[in-house]
Design a protein around this ligand. Structure first.
Ligand SMILES: NC(=O)c1ccc[n+]([C@@H]2O[C@H](COP(=O)([O-])OP(=O)(O)OC[C@H]3O[C@@H](n4cnc5c(N)ncnc54)[C@H](O)[C@@H]3O)[C@@H](O)[C@H]2O)c1
Length: 289
C-alpha cells in the first residue's frame, strides 16, 4: 500500500483519490477550498486544507487548475502558487516523495516551471531529494470516477528512471495501456494533441450534421456509416505520420467539391476549408524540400 497525497481535489483530484482508494492505497486529499474539503469529508474521504509531507514518502499528485487564456495560452498562477506550497512542504520532508503533475500544461512546464519552483521553495534537488514526473489525465468529466479506476491508457513521463519504474508499478493494477517517456515535453504535447484531436472530430461531425440538415438527410445514418467505412476512423495509424500532403487526387478533389457544394447552399464549412488550407501548406512545403 502506497501513501498518496492529492494536491487540488476538484474533478480530477477527487477522481484520482477515488481510483487510488479503490486499489487499497492510503489517500489524503488536499484542497485550498474549505467548503470542498468539508464536502469530501462528508463523502468519506480523508481531506484537509493543509499539506503535510513530514510522514512517510508519498506520491503527490498535482491536479491544480490551469485555465486557458486567449492571449497567452494558459494561466499558470494557481499551479505555481500550489507548487510553492508543495515546495515548502518538501523542504520539511524527512523522506523522499515523488511529485506527479496531472494538470494540463503547456510544453516545457515540467522542466521550466515545476522543477525550478519546487527546487527554489524546498531548497532541495529534483532527481535526488525528490522525484518529478508528468502524467497527463485523460479522464472524462462525466465518468471521472470510473475512468480513474479503469483508464484505457496511462502516460507517464519523467527524466528519472526511478520515478518511471515506481509509477509503472503503482499504475499496473489499473490495467489499460501504459506508455512511458523519458522526456516530459512529449507527454505535455500528447495531452494537448489528444484534446485538439477530440475537439476537431466533434467539430467535423458538427459541420457534417449542418450539411445534412441543409440537404434534409439523416445525419445519424451518414455518421454511423462513415465512422466504420473511413480508414481515418477505423485505423489508428491512418493519417498520423505528419509532414505529407493527402496521397492521391481524390481527397483534395472531393474536399474542393464539398466546399463548392456548400457555397452553393450558402453554408460555411470552416473546418473543411481549414483542412484544405493545411494540406496546401504541407504540399507547398514538401515541394520546396
Ligand atoms: N475536468 C476534467 O475532465 C479534466 C480532465 C483532464 C485534465 N484536466 C486538467 O486537470 C487540472 C485540474 O482540473 P479540474 O477539472 O480537476 O479542476 P477543478 O477546478 O475541478 O479542481 C481544482 C481544485 O484545485 C483547488 N486548488 C486551487 N489552488 C489550490 C492550491 N494552491 N492548493 C490546493 N488546492 C488548490 C481548487 O479549490 C479546486 O478544488 C486542469 O489542468 C485541467 O485542465 C481536467
Amino acid at each position: 500500500m502506497a501513501k498518496v497525497v492529492v494536491l487540488g481535489s476538484g474533478v480530477v483530484g477527487a477522481a484520482t483519490g477515488h481510483g487510488f482508494g479503490h486499489y487499497g492505497h492510503d489517500v489524503t486529499l488536499v484542497d485550498i477550498d474549505p467548503v470542498r474539503v468539508e464536502r469530501l469529508r462528508s463523502q468519506g474521504h480523508d481531506a484537509t486544507t493543509t499539506l503535510d509531507l513530514t510522514g512517510a514518502g508519498a506520491f503527490v499528485f498535482v491536479s491544480l487548475p490551469t485555465p486557458s487564456t486567449r492571449d497567452s495560452g494558459y494561466n499558470l498562477s494557481q499551479l505555481t502558487s500550489g507548487l510553492e506550497t508543495l515546495g515548502k512542504a518538501l523542504g520539511s520532508a524527512m523522506e523522499r516523495h515523488t511529485v506527479v503533475v496531472r494538470s494540463t500544461v503547456p510544453p516545457h512546464t515540467t522542466d521550466q516551471i515545476v522543477i525550478p519552483t519546487l527546487e527554489r521553495t524546498s531548497g532541495r534537488t529534483a532527481g535526488d531529494d525528490f522525484l518529478v514526473a508528468y502524467a497527463p489525465e485523460f479522464l472524462r468529466e462525466a465518468s471521472a470516477k470510473e475512468d480513474a479506476v479503469s483508464p484505457w491508457m496511462t502516460v507517464l513521463a519523467s527524466r528519472s528512471p526511478e520515478a518511471l519504474s515506481e509509477l509503472t508499478a503503482l499504475f499496473k493494477p489499473f490495467g489499460g495501456e501504459l506508455k512511458t517517456f523519458d522526456d516530459p515535453v512529449v507527454a505535455e504535447v500528447i495531452k494537448i494533441a489528444h484534446n485538439a484531436f477530440n475537439a476537431t472530430k466533434i467539430s467535423f461531425w458538427n459541420e457534417m450534421w449542418r450539411l445534412c440538415q441543409q440537404l434534409a438527410v439523416d445525419a445519424g445514418q451518414v455518421a454511423g456509416t462513415v465512422a466504420r467505412s473511413s480508414e481515418g476512423s477505423t485505423n489508428p495509424a491512418y493519417g498520423i505520420r505528419g509532414g505529407s500532403p493527402y496521397a492521391g487526387a481524390c481527397l483534395s478533389k472531393d474536399m474542393d467539391g464539398l466546399l463548392g457544394l456548400a457555397r452553393s447552399l450558402g453554408l460555411d464549412l470552416p473546418l473543411i476549408a481549414s483542412a484544405q488550407l493545411e494540406n496546401r501548406i504541407i504540399a507547398e512545403g514538401s515541394r520546396r524540400d
